[in-house]
Unconditional design. Structure first.
Lengths: 268, 344
């Protein structure tokens, strides 16, 4: 199960390596547009359901131009859903105010706000996943750096990401070795765990020292340099402006209710 | 205890972003100032170590459950506050971006809850004084456990406050607090014992590693009080803003709890009252209006007029329109994909 989590991000890494229209957009434009998206979605009042639906346009369009498989996003959503469901499921129990009823069916405020939480969750997490899968860690970090995040922090994220796979493999091997030598749960307790992590830690620090020496040999002076430059072109500005305008409009004008009212009005 | 985007309001998320961004800027300056580039790969690799450590579980005797290391306090002990804070922030950033644990807007909250307290409170103010100049395994164990418990309790309290100020979840303050604090007491004890076991092992095998913090960083000072003041201001402003910005009266509800005492109002809601509510729900087709009022009379009185007027007509229109726009969104996505495939 945990290994599959890492298989997933390995896969995400491969996804972000491809050249897609989404990939070619400047990471700053993508990050800012996504932040605007999240702010717009979360600024709705807590009983809003219908108004949130048009916002699916953003992740869906990005998924298409970034060639991100729907199944991948849905699977990741399912893995992280429990927390939002756990906190949200108290709403139907605590808020029993009836807001609408059709025949024997009643809708309470709690169920409405629970649905709203689930929608917010799917929108924000989905959009973030799609953008990251269509951008890649290197561009995300360069974009963050260009937006003013300290270089010490972006270098740290890049380093962590680079060694994540190595150390996770190391840790998994140790865990497997321990499991193979354990009978009836012996040796699975905290004592062995502490020693195991301790030696993994010492190995990790030894590794850091070797990496540092190797980097010094190649002229490292505390700065991580990259060859390519970011360019914020016309298309990027258009992407950012277009989406921001769309979010503001969707937030301020209740599109679903207007469309629905118009349709129902035309029908009668 | 990762906060999720779906549960916070923009004002709370933004306020915590400001706080965490300020801390990251401050820590980055401190780390750079110490001019030891050995630290760059060390911090990166230790961040990856925390990931690896979180994957390995151990069984907790007598409970049938298992636990794992959180790592905040361990990083603070190994790297010192500033470098550890940056490392924790990077771990949480990778978790938010690649694992969708927490979210982009909630990242500020998560960095603050899980980074600030172990690095700037539990380690310097609890662990260091308790361990003293001359550590031994017993002192390490006691200091790590106490520090981990205090750090996690504060973090859990922050989670409750942020959820409350956001007003998306219905969980009342007292009940949520009673849910979170004991859970995190248990988690804190486990975290402290594991941290103590790892630090104890390292102390026996290579004691010089534990002096890394003092060797590499001159003790923080000067700017710190100013910065912490700014941070508190940011949090207060963020919290206050969300209070006024929210269209629904959760702030009032909170004020009500504070003035009337959470305990007295809480009691009926979860015991017999909760069970009765269940019975009522199953026996009656229409749960009656006055029911919730018994639990929170004053709250409802104030809630009623602020409630957005929902009548069935507009909701149906909303649902129909929402469904249509949703369909349109997916259609656009599908068309775009078709066009791209046709081109390729």
């Amino acid at each position: 199960m945990i290994e599959s989590r890492f298989a997933d991000i390995g896969w995400m890494d491969a996804l972000s390596g491809r050249d897609t229209p989404l990939r070619r957009i400047d990471p700053r434009a993508k990050l800012l547009a996504t932040l605007g998206f999240i702010l717009a979605v979360l600024s709705f009042p807590k009983y809003e359901v219908a108004g949130l639906l048009p916002f699916f346009l953003y992740p869906v369009v990005l998924m298409s131009i970034g060639d991100v498989p729907v199944a991948f996003v849905l699977r990741r959503l399912a893995v992280v859903a429990p927390f939002a469901v756990f906190v949200g499921m108290f709403n139907p129990l605590l808020d029993r105010q009836v807001v609408a009823g059709v025949g024997p069916w009643v809708m309470t405020g709690g169920w409405l706000s629970f649905a709203s939480i689930l929608l917010r969750f799917a929108l924000t997490v989905g959009a973030t996943l799609v953008v990251v899968a269509g951008t890649g860690i290197h561009d995300v970090c360069r974009g963050l750096g260009a937006l003013g995040v300290p270089a010490a922090f972006t270098a740290q994220v890049l380093f962590l990401y680079r060694y994540l796979f190595v150390l996770v493999d190391d840790g998994m091997r140790m865990a497997r070795a321990r499991a193979l030598r354990s009978f009836g749960g012996r040796g699975m307790g905290m004592r062995v765990y502490g020693h195991m992590l301790g030696s993994l830690l010492l190995r990790t620090m030894g590794r850091a020292e070797r990496i540092h020496l190797a980097m010094r040999c190649r002229g490292f002076d505390g700065q991580v340099r990259t060859l390519t430059r970011l360019r914020f072109g016309f298309a990027d500005a258009l992407f950012l402006l277009g989406w921001s305008t769309a979010f503001v409009l969707l937030r301020c004008f209740d599109l679903p209710r207007r469309v629905g009212g118009w349709i129902l009005g035309a029908g009668t | 205890m990762h906060m999720a985007d779906a549960l916070i309001s923009p004002a709370v998320g933004g306020g915590m972003w400001v706080a965490s961004a300020g801390l990251i800027g401050y820590c980055a300056r401190k780390v750079r100032a110490c001019l030891d580039d050995r630290r760059v790969p060390l911090m990166g690799v230790l961040g990856a170590f925390v990931f690896a450590a979180q994957m390995i579980n151990f069984s907790i005797p007598g409970t049938g459950s298992s636990g794992h290391l959180g790592g905040g306090l361990l990083l603070a002990i190994l790297l010192g506050p500033s470098a550890a804070f940056l490392t924790i922030a990077s771990v949480l950033t990778v978790q938010a971006l690649f694992f969708a644990d927490g979210g982009l807007l909630a990242l500020g909250c998560n960095i603050f809850n899980l980074g600030f307290f172990p690095c700037f409170v539990a380690y310097p103010l609890v662990y260091r004084p308790l361990v003293g100049r001359d550590p031994n395994p017993g002192r390490i164990a006691v200091a790590a456990t106490v520090a981990a418990v205090i750090g996690l309790q504060m973090g859990a309290f922050c989670v409750v406050m942020e959820t409350l100020l956001s007003g998306v979840s219905e969980l009342p303050f007292g009940k949520f607090l009673l849910l979170m604090q004991p859970i995190h007491l248990a988690i804190g004890v486990v975290e402290g014992l594991v941290t103590a076991a790892v630090v104890g092992f390292v102390w026996k095998a290579r004691p010089e590693v534990l002096d890394l913090d003092r060797a590499m960083a001159p003790d923080a000072g000067g700017l710190r009080p100013v910065l912490i003041g700014l941070l508190v201001a940011a949090v207060v402003v963020g919290g206050g803003l969300s209070w006024f910005a929210s269209t629904h009266p959760d702030g009032l509800e909170w004020a009500m709890f504070r003035t009337a005492g959470a305990g007295e109002l809480e009691a009926p809601a979860d015991g017999a009252h909760g069970a009765l509510a269940q019975v009522q729900e199953t026996t009656a087709l229409m749960p009656d209006y006055g029911f919730k009022a018994a639990a929170a009379e004053e709250g409802d009185a104030e809630q009623q007029p602020v409630w957005p007027a929902v009548d069935t007509g507009t909701s149906v229109a909303g649902l129909v329109g929402g469904g249509l726009t949703l369909a349109a969104a997916f259609l656009i996505g599908w068309l775009l994909k078709r066009r791209r495939q046709a081109k390729a």
